[in-house]
Design a protein around this ligand. Sequence first.
Ligand code: SAH
Ligand code: ZN
Length: 765
Amino acid sequence: MVQRLQCCLRLSSLPTLHFHSFVPSSTKVQDQGFFYNTSRDFRSHPRPLTNILPIGKKQVGRMNVFTQQLNPITGKLEWGVQPEDYDYKQEVARSAYADMLHDQERNDKYYEGLRRAVAQLKAGGQEVRVLDIGTGTGLLSMMAVSCGADVVTACEAFHPMAECARKGLKQNGFEDKVKLVPKRSTELEVGPGKDLEQRANLLVAELLDTELIGEGAIDTYRHARDNLLTEDALLVPSEGTVYAQVVSSEMLQRWNRISPVKDHTNGSQQVLLDVPSVVARCHGAAAVHDLQLSQVPRHWLTPLSQPLPVFRFDWSGRKAEELPYDRTTRTTFLPLSSGQCDAVLMWWEVKMDQEGDVNLSCAPYWAHPDLAHKGWKGSSEEIPWRDHWMQAVYYLPQVRSVTHHTPVSLLSCHDEYSLWFNIQKDDSELVNTERPVCECGVHIVNSRTRLGQLNDPRRIEVYTRVLRSLVTPDSVILALGDGCLMAIMAAKLGARHVYLTEGSEANRRVAQQFIVTNDVQHKVTILPQDVSDTLLSQLVAPVTIAFSEPFFSTSLLPWHSLYCWYMRNSCIHLMDSSATRIPSSVTIWGLPVAYRDLWKIRSPLHQCNGFKMDIFDKLIESASEEADERVEPHPLWEYPTRAKSQPIQLLTLDLTTTIPEAPISKEGTMALTTEGLVNGMALWADWHLTDQDQDVITTGPISPVVLDQNVEWDTYSRQGVYLFRQPININKDLPSTLQYSITFQPLDGMLNFEFGIEVKGREEG
Ligand code: SAH
Ligand code: ZN
């Protein structure tokens, strides 16, 4: 959310911050033929979240539309009225645009690249004619003019951004110096009186994403070379290099492969849940796993190769072999140790000038060229933070073991939009270089986060302990959730019968494979997700245990899994009157925090490199207000977050009862005494499987919270992130108090949070 800077604001009268929490949004969304990177929330979801996108739309009046959305808590489809431009505003609000513009290194290096290119052309006596493809706010065009370019043409395919650029250029006094064409570059026409009078001799563009080419840079550059540029045109950036590093990492594999569940309690290593061979053999999801590699603990990774440059992209396309739509390269390396190749880490570097003196690297700190002398002794704080470009992990289609110092080759492949890798042990080995596709279904129905949960030893330990203690030969279990493999395990642990509810055909197919592999066909039955029509007479006996992990593929925020309560409510007719309910309660927690970097994704720019950005700030702000939610899901283990108090228990709901009708609220205060900045709240849910303290599945901190220290977050959930519109500086002479109130409205499945901070005796902020 964009903050409005309120000068002379009385902190004691800080507006009460208010938000609702539901309505998830999209992943990479295609618009007008190409992709906008939307916020981190839904990145690398291996499937489109079509089930939770607005799925219906109809016009109401001139300005508004009804959109139909799935409420993830109640599971109901709901119509809501939204302004007509809602879709694109949500697009803008969730895009990484603001974060990209906050990236000072990026901005500075573009500026420097432009300065050098303009000077070089001028030195050669040429008129400088710049084309800026995808101008966004107009920033790079304004830079080009300021560097002395003679003619600048900017194009922008996304109309709301083109409109923003038009206003921004005007506000900065560049409306006569930059010709703005609201078109995709491939639609531009060259010739007298057309979009470009003549071909440009300098192309500036920022069309790169975490995968470098995922936004369609190859085609845009090739088209520009053939149609829009002079033969000797200079480009900013001029080149890109992709680096790949082969690693062994059991921790990363947790996001990719389901491992069998073994019983560690009695040393027998008995397999409690086996994995079908088709799942074990599967090449996995093709989707890139983008993450903040600098936050990955060192002990997760055993490097098997150095970072290897595997692709060079000459954006000018003059060396045709360096800008093909697809290719495979082979890089031979001597493994640094013996081990299993699990994954390839990837990042890229671009040359912003023509010589290679001004480079921008997206490497994690331990491989960053600026920290080369430090390696792992460096820290993520020593390199620029950015969220619009991260690093990526590619899982290898098969785990291959390599031997220390025995050469092997990394095969690196790309097509027009994506990358993938494989290992070749010797030259004669035939290796598949097709893009990997999931053949087992597991990688299609599960997000990476969910795969991580299914492999998480903490979760598995709690589930097995609880199920082992409750399951008897008379147990009839009703499992409410998506991909509830733990319930299949319950059948193996000796339950009389297990009923699984699965929402989709794909989920049912995956569950069926696990049922057969674990040889429990005779005692596991798959029911449709909506069991309200199922008759008691269809079951072997009334349900004695209603069990949820709880997880639903529609859950984005931790408390969305409250859906299990609603599902349970709809199948009371199937339950024994004394049936055990797992989980038995949920506690929603809140923690005032200082986000080291994450605050930037929603904070106003005011200016970039001296160019005013208020128009853009306003666009983001209004987009956020109309389209966005105040709480966003983020995997906080990737974003250093310092605790500014102890966690606050905001609300506990007893899930063993039927759902009440009246709202449930709680409010309170918490003194903030730790000095320094507080810029938001981190929110999560603890699911109490039983009333025993240790039987908790947390989506929050996994070690005790220490004041003013970074929190250690569960790696396999996303937490709710709430950013204050105005950060507050806590000073021990001015005691501050956090006021909070939380309301759960059972009828419409809404959780409303309100936060305010009061600073005593202070008049202004
Ligand atoms: N140049 C701006 C914005 C970069 S974001 C800056 O550096 O700050 C990339 C922008 O390019 C997006 O606004 C996207 O809509 C636009 N874009 C991508 N491909 C394009 C193309 N082929 N033609 C026109 N615009 C394009
Ligand atoms: Zn698969």
